[in-house]
Design a protein around this ligand. Structure first.
Ligand code: GDP
Length: 304
């Protein structure tokens, strides 16, 4: 299956920059490495991960003595796939959830505007399509719009949603949603939480409380804490990852808006820096525009 046109476009631009970086050079030398470093950083791979990649290539140059720029593409691919492999095990292409967890509780975190609601809607659609019973919980209670927007998706996908008034306790909504899910014999319960980055302690307290209260209903909930990041925001996405991982144990990532952006490198950098697997990528606004992250497809598209 070919990736979304937009995603290919973003990656062509990485490849375009890479080609420019080695233009007129037949051998990987310091200048090529400097240019490569610039390309990786400007593609939002992040400084730490970029330096790691550069070091690995330097080590190969030192070992092979002569490394042609025609081989650089291949080696870069291997190194990036290698980095992604440290956290992203799979070649998964399907939206699967473990069959031994019922209900499977997915807690979704992320700031407003990153595509959190849309991602939840797309996930609900995918799970429902498999015949699974899905329940949503609107525990991002800070803005009325957040609750209403999730309701729009719940109606669109035709799944029940548990909500309370704006400003109510997120933990209370999560508790109700889990209880309702258990009563309805749900397979998957998706809880929308914390849409704002107030101070770190508040965020931590809020998420900790939501978790603790959920565990009164489902002992080992949540089974997954999914952080949604906007892939088009580069360094902001890194900053948000830093704050959320400090506040709670994030177990997977969804990176949205990878259509029509040259920032796909953020996927590599964030996954590497925070050692968290990327589970899903958003490639458009439509209900079908969510893909299970496949590292091989991603690396291929990056170099197309
Ligand atoms: P939230 O505030 O984090 O819940 O964000 P929303 O889910 O409301 O999304 C904010 C905007 O981003 C909406 O206009 C969405 O249609 C759009 N959006 C979400 N995911 C994607 C994506 O993968 N690609 C694109 N192009 N737009 C997206």
């Amino acid at each position: 299956e070919t990736l979304n046109k937009g995603l290919e476009k973003s990656n062509t631009s990485f490849f375009g920059k890479l080609s420019k970086a080695v233009a007129g050079k037949s051998k990987v030398d310091d200048e090529v490495l400097d240019n490569l470093e610039e390309v990786l950083v400007s593609s939002d791979v992040g400084v730490n991960t970029t330096l790691k990649v550069i070091e690995r290539i330097e080590a190969r140059v030192a070992k092979d003595k002569y490394l042609g720029t025609d081989e650089l593409n291949k080696i870069l691919r291997e190194e990036i796939a290698g980095l992604l492999s440290e956290t992203n095990s799979g070649e998964e292409t399907d939206f699967v959830i473990p069959s031994d967890k019922k209900p499977y509780v997915l807690m979704v975190v992320g700031v407003n505007g990153v595509g959190k609601t849309t991602t939840i809607g797309k996930l609900a659609y995918q799970f429902k399509k498999q015949g699974l019973k899905v329940v949503l919980g609107a525990a991002d209670t800070f803005r009325a719009a957040a609750i209403d927007q999730l309701q729009v998706w719940a109606d669109r996908v035709d799944v029940p949603m548990v909500r309370q008034d704006m400003g109510s306790d997120p933990a209370s909504v999560a508790f109700d949603a889990l209880q309702s899910g258990v009563n309805q014999n749900a397979d998957v319960i998706i809880i929308d939480t914390a849409g704002r980055l107030h101070n770190k302690v508040n965020l931590m307290n809020e998420l900790t409380k939501v978790k603790r209260v959920m565990q009164k209903v489902v002992g080992d909930a949540p089974h997954d804490v999914l952080l949604v990041l906007d892939g088009s925001t580069g360094q902001n996405a890194f900053e948000q990852a830093k704050q959320f991982t400090a506040a709670t144990e994030v177990t997977s990532l969804a990176v949205t808006k990878l259509d029509g952006t040259a920032k796909g490198g953020v996927v590599i950098g964030i996954s590497d820096q925070f050692q968290i697997p990327v589970k899903y990528i958003g490639v458009g606004e439509g209900i079908e525009d969510l893909q299970v992250f496949n590292k091989y497809e991603f690396v291929d598209s990056f170099f197309k």
